[in-house]
Design a protein around this ligand. Structure first.
Ligand code: FAD
Length: 380
């Protein structure tokens, strides 16, 4: 463990570790193989207070920081990334609500997330708009005191199980600035015209629900606008400045899992008359993996701590995001390599970690996009 964590933070880490180690291993391989999840496990995690810890106490959360949420994320991902995502991403969008929603919206939407009664989906990506969200064409048109939404969204986490979706909609297509054409609008997923189709066949994090959403003239009250009209792009950037921290913690958790499995394997497996751990080539791999993990953790601790102090450093967050993601992919590759043929079969966790790692370089800003952000903060 790095830094001088408070007693409360150490207790959170211990409890999260204990929960994940006790609950995830018996079911992780099945959830992965069958691309499913047991909602009972999510409710249990809610009951124990692991979900939505960053939600203020006024809305039934623990009122802790993003830092503490990251600590829990790291522990869950260090045991099983798919289950970690299935449980903790159920609040994906709460960060946006905390920042921009009306008091009435917060009172209504946030408590059920903590209590295990509802999940959120945040729908930005579309078939033709990914890294560049300004290209999103799912459109919301005002009709009296309602918005009428039509279009589709792609790769949406919790898409088939969320009770509410925060949808990034084109509300002012004629605005001269592409950054002022979109708004977030809340959609209750039982509205007529809304449908969700589960996407099967993902490479990794297969316990987590991912869906394609369709909006066919979905009508919602005008009051479902979140924050100010036309500010969706700027809200999205602020949202990502919180959620990307979680991705960094995911990467560190996954690196830890790779390191743990690799250390165990290279100490036990003997070739040429000695354990694999005795070969310098193996030692270098372990040393590099451990160094990248510690460096990535330091980056996210620093970035998350600053956010909780109200000092958002988006360049640092982007650095932490790509570095952690890339480190996780490297760690999974090397861990599998050290396992040889055993790493290639699904009897060993390392095969799953190898598949789970890749998403970290893609979602919430692909690594190339993160590097562009870092470069911009330096080059102007
Ligand atoms: C499992 C999963 C869960 C997801 N969950 C959600 C969710 O809940 N909500 C949501 O809205 N979206 C979600 N996504 C979508 C995800 O955020 C996008 O896949 C991601 O933003 C990349 O967009 P894209 O897939 O359209 O790729 P593209 O934008 O087409 O990018 C393809 C490649 O081109 C590169 N590239 C793009 N632009 C540049 C550039 N300017 N310079 C250099 N390289 C560039 C990218 O880095 C990437 O490597 C999820 C995706 C997956 C797979």
């Amino acid at each position: 463990m790095d830094f001088n964590l408070s007693k409360q933070q150490r207790d959170i880490v211990r409890a999260a570790k204990e929960f994940a180690n006790g609950e995830f291993p018996p079911v992780a391989a099945d959830f992965d193989r069958e691309e499913r999840f047991d909602l009972g496990l999510w409710r249990k995690a809610c009951d124990l207070g692991f979900v939505g810890t960053f939600i203020p106490e006024a809305y039934e959360g623990a009122g802790l920081g993003f830092f503490e949420h990251c600590l829990i994320t790291e522990e869950f991902w260090a045991v099983d990334p798919g289950i970690g995502q299935a449980i903790l991403a159920t609040t994906f969008g709460a960060e946006l609500l905390i920042l921009f929603a009306s008091e009435e919206q917060k009172q209504r939407l946030l408590p059920p997330l903590v209590e295990g009664k509802d999940m959120l989906a945040t729908a930005i990506t579309e078939p033709d708009a990914g890294s560049d969200p300004t290209q999103a064409v799912t459109t919301a048109v005002k009709d009296g005191d309602e918005w009428v939404i039509s279009g589709s969204k792609m790769f949406i986490t919790n898409g088939t199980c969320a009770g509410h979706a925060l949808v990034f909609c084109l509300t002012d297509p004629e605005h001269p600035s592409p950054h002022q054409r979109h708004s977030f609008i809340l959609v209750e997923t039982d509205r007529p015209g809304f449908s969700a189709r589960k996407i099967k066949g993902k490479l990794g994090i297969r316990a987590s629900d991912t869906a394609e959403l369709a909006f066919s003239d979905v009508r919602v009250p005008a009051a479902n606008l979140v924050g100010e009209e036309g500010r969706g792009f700027f809200q999205l950037m602020e949202f990502f400045n919180r959620t990307r921290l979680h991705i960094c913690a995911q990467g560190v958790g996954l690196m830890r899992a790779c390191l743990e499995d690799s250390v165990r394997h290279v100490k036990n497996r003997r070739q040429f008359g000695q354990p694999l751990a005795a070969f310098q080539a193996t030692q270098f791999k372990i040393a590099e993996m451990a160094t990248r993990m510690r460096a990535a953790r330091n980056l996210y601790y620093n970035a998350a701590w600053l956010v909780d102090q109200g000092k958002v450093d988006h360049g640092l967050i982007a650095m932490a995001k790509w570095f952690s993601a890339q480190g996780a992919v490297q760690a999974a590759d090397e861990a599998l390599q050290m396992h040889g043929g055993y790493g290639y079969i699904d009897e060993y966790r390392v095969q799953r970690l190898y598949r789970d790692a890749k998403i970290l370089e893609i979602y919430e800003g692909a690594k190339e996009v993160e590097k562009l952000i870092v470069a911009r903060t330096i080059l102007g």
